[in-house]
Design a protein around this ligand. Structure first.
Ligand SMILES: O=P(O)(O)OC[C@H]1O[C@H](O)[C@H](O)[C@@H](O)[C@@H]1O
Length: 430
């Protein structure tokens, strides 16, 4: 369950009411777009897709031999999987992420792996991302060298259902390939096989995750009073003059969640709007309590240019009692308390201290760090982003700004068709 706390933003409920009509219009405009698959709103339907869930389960059950799971993918094709696996892994399977192109760590990883016990999962919506293809080339070669014809059982792909080089490769070679629905973009794909397949090997509770996400859907389709993502989107809209948005999570298990959110927020909303204006706010990842000892100094006394979201669990799923120790009387105030009580107190104290400093801050309380509550949170944040796209007049589902860098990379590597881009004649091609 998710709960919003705006106690340090006085007047918010009244302002919300005053904008009810405009918010309803934004909600209707977004929902009207669901009719056209080109609008990339397929992520709304992912939590209902029980058929894919069944297939993933069957695949997991058919491969009990897996001890190491290598996930090759980048951006939307890795950040969500990484965040959820770190939080909810119950199996003994070891996970490794190849979401970079630095040779040394890949070589170090290859030296530790036993190919007979390794499953390689390459995920890419487009099927053509250079980093992912590079990783796949290396691991494919490695599997073939060690396993001969047996390599096929050790590779699984997740990509577009019809298009792209990975789909074509899977069909040619008869490799198992799961699908990211055509109308689902990378950073909205965590509840597709991109995230669900690794999570199945982590033995995480996938049903609970999807059930939580369905709760966010229910809210997002409701009138404003019950529509939490529309409310948080409006909070961001109201504070859009503040350039920095700190996303601070008080959970070690969710330590990779801010990175997933940064891509979702920045890549969806940092755009040129319909009037040709540059819009967007810069999401800054933070982790409590660690960043109290690293970033909070800046948040307290640096520029008042931030909107901060604190994501705070309300209860532990398991607690640890802090024992009394003779000779450590300095810690007496901790004796007999639950460790979670300390975590909660630190979150509350930081919340108050930031508000006292004059920063704009609100809290999102998670009932607990469970697949159900986190599934709800992820889908909530995707809705928030989609609503903000409407309010800011941008398409939240494309990323035209990353294309030039990709084309220049191709040119620098001598890919046919990109000649000329690398030698300074770039302007001509833009
Ligand atoms: O899933 P893929 O097609 O491999 O894309 C991976 C990532 O790279 C692209 O450059 C986009 O900017 C991201 O939105 C995407 O998540």
């Amino acid at each position: 369950m998710l709960r919003l706390d705006t106690r340090f933003l006085p007047g918010f409920p009244e302002t919300l009411k005053a904008h009810a009509e405009a918010l309803k219009a934004a909600q209707e405009a977004l929902l009207a777009k669901r009719r056209d698959p080109q609008n990339m709103l397929g992520w709304i339907d992912l939590p209902e897709d029980t058929e894919t869930l069944r297939e993933i389960r069957r695949f997991r059950e058919a491969n009990p031999w897996v001890e190491d799971f290598v996930h090759i993918g980048i951006g939307g094709s890795s950040l969500g999987a990484m965040a959820l696996e770190a939080a909810f892994r119950q199996s003994g399977v070891r996970f490794h992420y190849v979401d970079h192109v630095e040779p040394e760590p890949i070589l170090a990883l290859l030296r530790t792996l036993d190919p007979r016990k390794t499953l390689v999962h390459a995920a890419s919506k487009s099927g053509s991302t250079a980093e992912t293809l590079a990783g796949l080339l290396v691991f494919l070669d490695w599997l073939k060298a060690h396993l001969g014809e047996g390599w096929r059982r050790h590779l699984v792909l997740t990509t577009d259902p019809k298009k792209g080089p990975l789909r074509a490769f899977a069909e040619r070679e008869g490799i198992r390939a799961f699908a990211i629905p055509e109308n689902v973009g990378g950073r909205f794909s965590v509840l597709s096989p991109v995230g669900l397949l690794p999570l199945a090997f982590a033995d995480a509770d996938l049903e609970a995750l999807l059930m939580g996400a369905r709760k966010a859907n229910e809210q997002a389709l409701s009138p404003l009073e019950a529509n939490l993502p529309l409310k948080t989107a409006f909070l961001h809209h109201l504070h859009r003059h503040l350039p920095v948005h700190v996303f601070m999570v008080y959970s070690e298990r969710l330590k990779h969640l801010p990175a997933w959110f940064v891509q979702l927020h920045d890549e969806s909303l940092g755009k040129v709007d319909r009037e040709g204006r540059r819009v967007g706010t810069t999401a800054l990842p933070a982790l409590g309590p660690k960043d109290q000892h690293a970033q909070v100094q800046l948040f307290r006394e640096g520029p008042l240019d931030k909107l901060l979201t604190l994501v705070v669990p309300e209860a532990p799923t398991e607690d640890l009692l802090l024992p009394e120790v003779e000779g450590l009387e300095e810690a007496e105030y901790l004796f007999g308390k639950g460790m979670f009580q300390l975590l909660k107190a630190e979150a509350e104290a930081t919340y108050r201290a930031l508000a006292e400093a004059g920063q704009k801050v609100y809290a999102l309380y998670l009932s607990e760090v469970s697949p159900y509550a986190v599934g709800w949170l992820l889908q909530h944040l995707m809705w928030q982003t989609a609503f903000l796209g409407e309010l800011w007049g941008v398409n939240a589902f494309d990323q035209p700004g990353v294309e030039l860098g990709k084309r220049l990379t191709f040119a620098l590597l001598g890919r046919p068709g990109y000649e000329g881009l690398a030698d300074g004649s770039m302007e001509k091609q833009m």
